[in-house]
Design a protein. Structure first.
Length: 556
């Protein structure tokens, strides 16, 4: 890396730190999902320390009735935060660190991709800067506190970087880098993968038609996807397998209907901190003035170079990439508008909740178009354009760098206020009685009046107690069943039912006995974790060139 690159990266990192200055304040801040995030990290930490590796189910959620939150909720932000929590860092600071790290690193990964794409350091710098200094990025962190989506911004450009590298180089490390990009997206926020699908397909096709080694590129692209699935299998397989057991599809269906932003809102909307579609003061849904300027200049350049013949094969290839990025930008833009409702009717089974979520790929694509504009302008204009775009981005976002209000609320109140950390309790099993499990005054064990319960102990992974019954009876343990939960009476596995109301019901023999209801990973979950471990070994072997993998050099 030469001096200019180091200098530009230094400015990029410094600008990232300045942009995130509001995170350095003590305590936490008001936001849409902040309460969710604090409670989630609390329960992840509890489950992890109770021996659930990876965490999947917490008996402490849903007022103690249990909830399979981490079977479905993203994992990577908690994986990053957990070592800090173990080291004694507060939950608030650990979450803010994940936000900060994701923001800074996303600028670096964007720089990598754009330099690989345009072969120009200045173009890469401008693209990375606009990728960072975008209203939606600041809204994600300071308004919504959407930790998973904020983390996913690291991996959007990382995936494209790896894909581009395998198309034009024999660097097997690029295969693993691209796989890590996909894996990071799956573990940060699965929804982003769906948002990225069309841009990814179009970009892959563009690379396919411009690379000489088409067969090798297709094979490596396939291997990239397979390795990513292996690496994320521990999370992905149980989440997909068990989702139909929950209320998710019925809750999420048609949620998009009231969330289409107008084109005027995308052009400009006042900055606010309330939820979308709640009236005055609601969150802004603008793409960003600088991003629109970049997209506008990109459009003009595409028209200009469509008329004028390009001189070299290199610039012809780059023009094709720019054209594909612009096409993906237009398609993503269309999907934010109510005119795209027929397409949304077809997509309603996919886990995309709101059309304005496409601001995520739009931010990426508009920044990439800025890189195209800078790389395709003449040297005399390039520096003026660079300075203009940078200053415009800073000025346009000057009021977006602050939180609404700092708070000093104890963790206990965050935890007590969040029954599942999901707004609609969408991962509640279908067999659970919704009216019962959502009542706060829970009785842990329901028995006959004459039966005595002693030594009751509840953790995130188990419920234990002793009972003394005069005769055989039915005992109900107020834990919502989910695959992985087992019942033992006197350490003997015992049959139980759960179909009536979702709780654990069993025939309890008379006398004094010990009962233990435990969550342990399912066979499917253990197998998926083993697959991930295998994927890590394979990825390590390919990346570092372990001898056993060298014989596959020609293929990989």
């Amino acid at each position: 890396m030469h001096t200019q690159s180091k200098f530009l990266l230094g400015i990029l990192i410094l600008s990232s730190v300045v942009a995130m200055k509001s995170l350095f304040h003590t305590g936490f801040y008001t936001s849409h999902d902040g309460w969710h995030q604090v409670a989630r990290l609390y329960h992840w930490d509890r489950a992890f320390k109770d021996g659930q590796i990876p965490p999947r189910y917490s008996f402490e959620l849903l007022y103690g009735n249990g909830y399979p939150l981490f079977t479905f909720n993203y994992h990577l932000p908690w994986i990053i935060a957990e070592p800090l929590v173990i080291a004694g860092v507060s939950l608030f600071d650990a979450i803010k660190f994940v936000f900060f790290l994701g923001f800074v690193v996303s600028g670096l990964t964007m720089y990598l991709w754009q330099r690989e794409l345009w072969k120009n350091d200045l173009a890469a710098f401008v693209a990375a800067f606009l990728y960072l200094w975008a209203p939606y990025r600041f809204s994600n962190i300071f308004v919504r506190a959407s930790l998973g989506e904020a983390t996913s911004f690291i991996f959007l450009p990382l995936f494209f970087y790896g894909l581009h590298r395998i198309a034009f180089s024999l660097d097997k490390k690029a295969l693993i880098i691209g796989s890590l990009g996909i894996t990071g997206l799956l573990l940060s926020h699965v929804m982003i993968m769906y948002l990225l699908f069309i841009p990814a397909v179009l970009y892959t096709l563009a690379l396919f038609f411009t690379t000489v080694q088409k067969k090798r590129f297709l094979l490596q692209s396939l291997c990239m996807g397979v390795i990513a699935i292996l690496l994320s299998a521990y999370y992905l397989v149980p989440a997909v397998a068990f989702q139909n057991l929950t209320r998710f599809s019925s809750v999420q269906e048609m949620a998009f209907l009231q969330q289409f932003p107008s084109f005027k809102e995308l052009l400009y909307s006042p900055w606010g901190y309330a939820a979308s579609r709640t009236g005055p003061g609601e969150m802004a849904l603008q793409l960003g003035i600088t991003q629109w300027v970049a997209a506008g200049f990109g459009t003009l350049l595409l028209i200009y170079y469509s008329i004028r013949k390009l001189n070299t094969f290199k610039t012809k290839k780059q023009f094709k990439y720019a054209f594909v990025l612009f096409g993906a930008f237009l398609f993503a833009l269309f999907l934010t508008q109510k005119e795209s409702k027929p397409i949304w009717q077809l997509l309603k089974q996919f886990p995309i909740d709101f059309p304005w979520r496409f601001l995520s790929p739009l931010t990426l694509l508009s920044a990439a178009l800025a890189g195209f504009v800078v790389s395709f302008t003449h040297n005399k204009i390039r520096y003026v354009l660079t300075i203009s775009l940078i200053f415009l981005a800073i000025y346009a976002n000057r009021n977006h760098l602050n939180v609404n209000q700092y708070t000093d609320i104890p963790v206990s109140l965050y935890v007590a206020s969040e029954r599942t950390t999901n707004t609609f309790d969408e991962y509640l099993p279908k067999w659970a009685n919704l009216s019962e499990v959502t009542q706060e005054n829970r009785i842990p064990v329901k028995t006959a009046e004459s039966t005595k319960i002693t030594h009751l102990r509840e953790t995130s992974s188990r419920v234990e107690f002793n009972y003394q019954a005069e005769s055989k009876e039915q005992i109900q343990v107020r834990v919502v069943y989910f695959p992985g939960i087992s019942l033992r009476v006197d350490n003997q596995r015992t049959v139980f039912s759960y179909k009536d109301n979702g709780y654990i019901n069993f025939a309890a023999p008379a006398g004094i006995h010990t009962v233990r209801v435990v969550f342990q990973d399912t066979v499917l979950g253990k197998t998926a974790t083993l697959i991930t471990a295998t994927g890590i070994i394979i990825a390590f072997g390919i990346y570092f060139g372990v001898p056993k993998f060298r014989k596959y050099k020609l293929q990989l």
